[in-house]
Write a protein that binds this ligand. Structure first.
Ligand SMILES: [Zn+2]
Ligand SMILES: [Zn+2]
Length: 110
C-alpha cells in the first residue's frame, strides 16, 4: 500500500511562517543575512533600533548599521501569501486603508 500524501497541517507550518516579535504571519518578510532568521520588516527594523543581535539566536548583526544585515525575503513572503491567502487579503486591505487615511491627511494646497 503506497503511503498517502498528507497535506501538512497549518499548525505545523505556522511556526515557520510566524514572526516571533508580533506573533503574526510575516508581513514584508525580512531575513537576517547572518543567521537566516526571518521577521516582519517593520518588526525587525524596530527591534534593531535598540538591539544589535537576532531576537531568536542572538547572533550579532552589523555593529553600527544593523539594517545592512537584513534583506527582504520575497520567496518566504510568497509562501505566506500562498499558504495563508487571508494574510494577503488582510494586508492589502490594511494598506488600502492606510493609504486612504494618509491621502486624506495630506493638506490640500490652495
Ligand atoms: Zn512581526
Ligand atoms: Zn538568528
Amino acid at each position: 500500500k503506497p503511503p498517502t500524501y498528507k497535506r501538512p497541517r497549518l499548525s505545523d507550518i505556522n511556526a515557520e511562517l510566524t514572526c516571533i516579535l508580533c506573533n503574526g504571519y510575516f508581513i514584508d518578510a525580512t531575513t537576517i543575512s547572518e543567521c537566516l532568521h526571518s521577521f516582519c520588516k517593520s518588526c525587525i527594523v524596530k527591534y534593531l533600533l535598540t538591539n544589535k543581535c537576532c531576537p531568536i539566536c542572538e547572533t550579532q548583526v552589523h555593529g553600527t548599521k544593523p539594517l545592512l544585515s537584513i534583506r527582504s525575503d520575497k520567496i518566504l513572503q510568497d509562501i505566506v501569501y500562498k499558504l495563508i491567502p487571508d494574510v494577503f487579503k488582510n494586508e492589502m486591505h490594511r494598506r488600502r486603508d492606510y493609504y486612504t487615511t494618509n491621502t486624506e491627511a495630506v493638506p490640500v494646497s490652495a
